[in-house]
Structures are given as structure tokens and as C-alpha cells.
Design a protein around this ligand. Structure first.
Ligand code: PMP
Length: 425
């Protein structure tokens, strides 16, 4: 005998005050979700991946690093050796804080940005994306305010949304986040009775804005946040990918108590191992380790040991040099193509990283234009992805990290054709 399946709200599992909302009857569990699940949505970047990965589309949308120059044979050998000689450890559970040897190596990496940390200051995470989740988890109650640049990293905004934070955007100019606006915002929000918990900032080669916070402003930002009791979350996955000159000192290099620093191997080595880290003052670190243990018990031992082997046996600094010069010539190709094909738009010239932030000619909307761009065989990320309230349609982000120079030029040429059709319609 067949029984008719009952929907959860017919079985009493879901209370009557949480009826399925309009348009959700296809999901029988809709009424059961926590509010934070309702706040989660597919990012515009993710929705794009499906279309942008079609071979006929030039994708200037995603932020995937170009791994073509990595010495895969060497890496395969190193990794195989880790399993062959230390497999019982590599495949075992480990410390929630991460392996001591890897933390020692991370100290060396951070020295390049003037950070003088101790291995004990570090918590290894599953990419810096997980670090963002842990940091938000330990600091944010629903309704708490996070200050972030306008625009800001789409993946951070999605974490903030899932923890029901409010986000206050602060403007940037060519020298990065504007300190006077930061202070005004903190003061105003506090007067309104809001709890301002942290500033989330990407000081180097910003995603998506491409700008870098000047040294003078780094000091001002830290000083303002200290005076107002606001933690600085310094998210720095691109800091070693500057095209000219030496990296600027990280804020963590001159402020230990007030800064929580996030690092990653995703852009300077490879994202596939999913290894990042946090540097935090003692008490914060203890909370992060507890949060980490409850989320994942420990970061992947095998990944950590593969990265240890890479850093110990490979000239990783030279590899970063190679990445820098490869991305620099891609940046140059993109800027040249923009000048050639899109003279009516405006953009900044990033001094490192992966992204150019383009302001469209007046009257255009990057979000509504996107389907037509994909039809025109080019993809980008609409500016709306990078603002908490979905504004920013007058901008778009172009990534120059993954396609080669000729493909970048063709992508910008196609984009210009889409824009000119848009203006004529
Ligand atoms: N922060 C920023 C600013 C990023 O651009 C990214 C990746 N695009 C991340 C964090 C997350 O990187 P991962 O988890 O790979 O370390």
C-alpha cells in the first residue's frame, strides 16, 4: 500500500507560526530553516560560473588564479613523498590550531610584509574564507554592525549576511578606505545605539576595487579603530602579488592587539589545498580555535603537510615572482584593451592582484546587462555583488588573472560591443 507523503507542516514538525512563505512550496522544509539559512543566497559570482565556464564565453568574471606555471611534477612528487613517508600522520586527525611546522613556515611568509609573529599566534584554517566565517562567528550577534569598504569582497558579505550582521559601507578613493569617513560612521552608528564590532578591510590590491591602502592611512585606520574599540580584520590574500616595488607593511606589523590578520596560500601557491590562516591576539585566538574545533575539528593534515613540503623544498619566493610578472602583463593587457575599446568608461590601474573596477558610461546597468553580455560571449561580475544592499550597478569587476593576454583583449572587445549595443537600444 502506498502512503501519501505528508508535508512537514502537515505533521506538526513545523509550527503554525512558520508557514511556508509564498513561492516556496516546492521546498517542504522551508518553514523549518533558521533565519540564517534564509539569509544565505547563491552569490552572483557563483551563479555566473555555470555560464561563464562555457568554452565560447570569455570569462572576466571569476577570481581563479592561473596555475599553468606551477611545477606540477615537483608538487606531485613532494605530495607523494609526504604520504609515503609520513602517511600515518598526514592521514590522521590533528591539532585544531594547525600544525606547528606549518605555522613556523607561515611566520616566514608573513615576514615579507614586515609581520613579526610567533607560530603560537597563528590558527591554520581551511582557506581564508573559513577564517572569515570563524571571525564572524565569534564576534557577531544578529544586528551587530560590520564596517566594510564600498565595494567589498562578495564572499565576506555572504558570511556577514549569514550571521545576520548589518554592514556599513565606507568609501574608498585612490589611496584606499577614507579614514575620516570611517570615523564619522563609527561615531554616528554608536550614537544610534548600534554595536560596531569590526572593520573588515582588504588593504592590498582590493577585491574588487583594485586599490591599495596607503601607509599613512594604515596608521590612521588602526588608530581610529583602537580609539573606538573596533577590531580591524585585515584580509590580505593578495599582498605578495604587487607588480612593482616592495609590499607595504601590513597593519598587523605595527599593531598586535587591535588587528586580526587573515592570510592565504590560495593566490601565492594554489587554492586547491584550501589552506589559509589567522593571526590574532591570545584571547581571540583561543575563541577561534574553539570555533574551529566545533566547525571542522582540525584543518586537513594532508593539505598542511603538502604545503609544508612545498615551502621547504621549492623556491616559493621565486614562484611568487613568476606569478607577479605573469599577472602584471595580464593587467597591462587589460588596461590597454580598456583604453582601446572602452574609452568612455573609467577604471583604476591596479598595482597588483587580480581585478580592475570599471565605472560604466552613464545610464548603463551592469546587472541587467549581464545576460546580454553572456549572449555576446563575455562574462564579468556586476558591481551589485559587492555591496550589501545590492547597489553598485554602475560598476563592474573585470578579472585579469585567468585568461591570457589575447583572450583578455578579445573579452574586452566583446564587452565594448555589448555596451555599445546597450547604449543604442
Ligand atoms: N578574501 C578575499 C579578499 C578574497 O578575494 C578571497 C578569494 N577570492 C578570499 C578571502 C578567500 O580565499 P581562500 O579561502 O581561497 O583563502
Amino acid at each position: 500500500m502506498h502512503r501519501i507523503a505528508r508535508k512537514p507542516w502537515q505533521t506538526g514538525m513545523v509550527t503554525s507560526n512558520t508557514p511556508p512563505a509564498q513561492g516556496t512550496r516546492l521546498d517542504p522544509w522551508f518553514g523549518a530553516y533558521a533565519q540564517r539559512a534564509h539569509n544565505m543566497r547563491a552569490s552572483e559570482v557563483r551563479a555566473l560560473f555555470a555560464v561563464a565556464s562555457r568554452p565560447e564565453v570569455v570569462s572576466l568574471a571569476g577570481g581563479m588564479p592561473n596555475l599553468a606555471d606551477l611545477p606540477l611534477d615537483d608538487i606531485a612528487e613532494l605530495t607523494a613523498k609526504v604520504i609515503a613517508t609520513e602517511g600515518m600522520t598526514a592521514l590522521q586527525y590533528g591539532s585544531g590550531q594547525g600544525r606547528p611546522l606549518l605555522r613556523e613556515k607561515i611566520v616566514d611568509v608573513m615576514r615579507l610584509e614586515a609581520i613579526d609573529a610567533h607560530p603560537d599566534d597563528i590558527v591554520v584554517t581551511t582557506g581564508s574564507q573559513q577564517a572569515l566565517d570563524l571571525v564572524t562567528r565569534i564576534f557577531i550577534d544578529p544586528g551587530d554592525v560590520i564596517i566594510a569598504e564600498a565595494p567589498s569582497y562578495v564572499g565576506a558579505l555572504s558570511v556577514f549576511r549569514s550571521y545576520e550582521a548589518e554592514v556599513e559601507h565606507v568609501h574608498m578613493d585612490a589611496a584606499g578606505l577614507v579614514p575620516s569617513e570611517l570615523e564619522e560612521s563609527i561615531v554616528r552608528l554608536k550614537e544610534q545605539g548600534k554595536r560596531v564590532k569590526f572593520l573588515y578591510t582588504i588593504p592590498n590590491f582590493h577585491n574588487p576595487a583594485g586599490v591599495t591602502l596607503s601607509l599613512e592611512r594604515r596608521h590612521q585606520v588602526v588608530d581610529i579603530c583602537k580609539r573606538h574599540g573596533v577590531v580591524v580584520i585585515e584580509d590580505n590574500p593578495y599582498g605578495l602579488l604587487g607588480f612593482d616595488g616592495e609590499p607595504l607593511p601590513a597593519m598587523r606589523s605595527f599593531e598586535e592587539e587591535g588587528v586580526v590578520y587573515l592570510g592565504s596560500f590560495s593566490k601565492t601557491f594554489a587554492p586547491g589545498y584550501r589552506v589559509g590562516w589567522v593571526v590574532a591576539p591570545h584571547a581571540v585566538r583561543e575563541k577561534l580555535v574553539l570555533a574551529q574545533e566545533s566547525a571542522i575539528l582540525c584543518p586537513s593534515h594532508a593539505s598542511q603537510m603538502a604545503i609544508e613540503a612545498y615551502l621547504s623544498n621549492h623556491d616559493w619566493k621565486r614562484q611568487i615572482e613568476e606569478f607577479r610578472s605573469m599577472y602584471k602583463s595580464r593587467r597591462d593587457a587589460m588596461i590597454a584593451a580598456l583604453s582601446e575599446f572602452l574609452p568612455d568608461a573609467t577604471w583604476n590601474v591596479p598595482e597588483g592582484g587580480f581585478y580592475v573596477w570599471v565605472k560604466l558610461p552613464p545610464g548603463l546597468d551592469s546587472k541587467t546587462m549581464l545576460p546580454r553580455a553572456v549572449t555576446g560571449r563575455v562574462a564579468y561580475t556586476p558591481g551589485t555583488a559587492f555591496f550589501y544592499d545590492g547597489t553598485g550597478a554602475d560598476h563592474l569587476r573585470l578579472s585579469f588573472c585567468y585568461p591570457d593576454e589575447a583572450t583578455i583583449r578579445e573579452g574586452v572587445r566583446r564587452l565594448a560591443a555589448v555596451i555599445s549595443a546597450e547604449r543604442e537600444s
